[in-house]
Design a protein around this ligand. Sequence first.
Ligand SMILES: CC(=O)[C@@H](O)[C@H](O)COP(=O)(O)O
Ligand SMILES: NCC(=O)COP(=O)(O)O
Length: 251
Amino acid sequence: MSDASNEILLGVNIDHIATLRQSRGTLYPEPIQAALLAEQAGADSITLHLREDRRHIQDRDVAMLHDILQTRMNLEMAVTDEMLAIAEKIQPADCCLVPERREELTTEGGLDVKGQRTRIAEACRRLADAGVRVSLFIDAEPEQIAAAADCGAPVIEIHTGHYADADSAAGQQREFVKIAEAVEHGVAAGLQVNAGHGLHYHNVSRIAALPAIRELNIGHAIIARSLFTGLEEAVREMKRLMVNARVNQGV
Ligand SMILES: CC(=O)[C@@H](O)[C@H](O)COP(=O)(O)O
Ligand SMILES: NCC(=O)COP(=O)(O)O
């Protein structure tokens, strides 16, 4: 992975390889195999969400991947004592703190950092002490960005789910403007700004073209496409769209 500052990085989320495995309680498909193929195809990091209910990724996946990955592990997790202890023990390169509800199908919004400042600042401190870089998954709201910076997190990931789910062009444009402004706020606050959730092959380019975004984390669309094209091709095509959007930005 290079550090060229205008480079856009792709984190591939492998949760849904594990979703398929857990649906039948089999040993396959193996998320580790998927992670290695994704790296080989150009992923800059591997994202996985260890949910409290263990519906997809399991503790053993996190431990094994930590020893095997050649890029960075971005471990997504809720802000609980159990999860913090796991992250302190495993010490992934990155840890993204996310909100979690048992009943949700997928993450529905960003973390309320403003409303839980003390708890989140303490989690950021514990993870930093363990050598883990912390990212906070937040909505594109100025007060959440300011709170994230106050908590000492070096990175934020802007939730793009509302942009992805918008059911009209005008609605999507409104969400896009909020994200673009949030990226500028984040950079002005000295934060690395990543983004993700719900991004797919037809909505990723506008987001990738925002020059200050460092990394996009994308899972569901890549794993879905891999059924038909193979995982390596699905990762390569997503990375190609992102890099092209970045290269062509402002043209
Ligand atoms: C935090 C986030 O944006 C998501 O990637 C989340 O990890 C998705 O969780 P599921 O994979 O369970 O949908
Ligand atoms: N943090 C976002 C992520 O990891 C991937 O989300 P999705 O592409 O599976 O919606």
